[in-house]
Structures are given as C-alpha cells and as structure tokens.
Design a protein. Structure first.
Length: 214
C-alpha cells in the first residue's frame, strides 16, 4: 500500500486531497498539511512512497531538486494552478515524478499518485488548456544534473554567461553547453522562455474550480 505525505495546500485543496486519499483503500496518508520547511524531516521520518507538493509554496525549484536528491525513493507529485508546459518540464527535470494542475479531476489525481508510486512520470495532456486537465503517463524524463541545476538557478536570476562562469569557476563555453542542455530538457528555445519560479503566494482555487472536493 503506497504511503503518502501531503504538504500544506489551500484549505479547499487540502480537504479534497484528504478525502480522496481516505476513500482509496490502497493508499495511506501518513501526514498532511506539512509546511515546506518541515517536509524533508517528515519524509525522513515516514519514508513515504509519494510526497504531494504545492507549487505555490515553493520558494525556489531547487527545493524539489534537493528533496529528490535527499530522498530519491520518494516520488514527488507537484500540484500547481494551471501550470505551463515549461513549468511542468522544469519540475520533472528537477526530479518530480508528476506535475498536475489543481483542476485535475479527482480520479486522475488518484491515478497520478498510483502511477508516481511505481515510478511513472505524469504530465497534463495539455498544459495550455484552460480546464479539463487529464493525466498522461510517460516513461521517463531527462533530469537536470547538479551542475545544470546550479546554472539554471543563475540563469533565472538574470546572470550573464560570463557571470555564471566566474561564479561557478567554469568556462563560458561550458556554461553555453549547460544552457543548451537545460533548454532541451525543459522543452524551450532560449532563456527568455525560462519560467521564473521564485517564491509565489498561494492562489486559492475559486468556487467554480473545486478540482478535488467535487
């Protein structure tokens, strides 16, 4: 029976997630409403099969990368408010196993948790769709290396190739190579398309959305 830890979500989403997992006899919720700053400790304590993360409470995408590096056996499922394709690709590149909209139908959320627990990567069929997200299992994802993750953070901060090379003590051509690999893995063509995933305030799902509670 896959065990699940859930980070802190907006009230409506949190209630819906608890109800969904409680209704599934093949899932066990071992901790919920866990603040991001306590999540690593709770994962170490419970060793869950799946950890549900709230995209809106991430201070930086590096938090996903760090959790994946520290606990590779725990699959990370990120729930976001209508994530773009680039944002989903970035989450998977940092080590998440799934990235879904909070408007995903209840049955697809549960399916994604089960698929993630078995190591299957899950993305929305259309990250650009306004509603009606459906999960799509894919066999794999190119993960960023530790160095690529460092370069990506600096690119998102607006650093030039020369500044990145100086800060990381590598050559400019090496920075360019890392950047090309990053863009390929994220499915984008240039740094102008990089989503800036700095700390965001959580956006409550409105009454019409009600993605999880019905």
């Amino acid at each position: 029976m896959p065990s699940v830890i859930s980070a802190k979500f907006e009230d409506l989403v949190a209630v819906g997630l608890k109800a969904l997992i409680a209704e599934d006899p093949n899932l066990e919720l071992v901790a919920s409403d866990v603040p991001m700053e306590e999540l690593e400790k709770r994962i170490a304590q419970h060793a869950p099969a799946v950890a549900l993360l709230n995209f809106g409470t991430l201070r930086t995408p590096a938090e996903v990368f760090q959790l994946h590096q520290q606990h590779p056996e725990t699959r990370i499922v990120v729930l976001a408010n209508r994530p773009s394709a680039a944002e989903c690709n970035q989450m998977l590149s940092f080590g998440a196993t799934a990235c879904l909209s909070k408007e995903t139908e209840a049955r697809d959320i549960i399916s994604a948790i089960h698929l993630a627990s078995r190591g299957m990567h899950v993305l929305p069929r259309s990250a650009a769709a306004a509603s009606g997200f459906e999960s799509l299992a894919v066999e794999g994802s190119d993960l960023l290396t530790a160095r690529e993750a460092e370069v990506l953070e600096l690119l998102q901060d607006g650093a030039t190739n020369a500044q990145i090379a100086h800060q990381l003590s590598i050559g400019i051509e090496t920075v360019r190579t890392h950047a090309r690999n990053i863009y390929r893995k994220l499915g984008i063509s240039s740094r102008r398309e990089l989503p800036r995933l700095a700390r965001r305030d959580s956006i409550a799902v409105d009454g019409q959305g009600r993605p999880l509670g019905g």
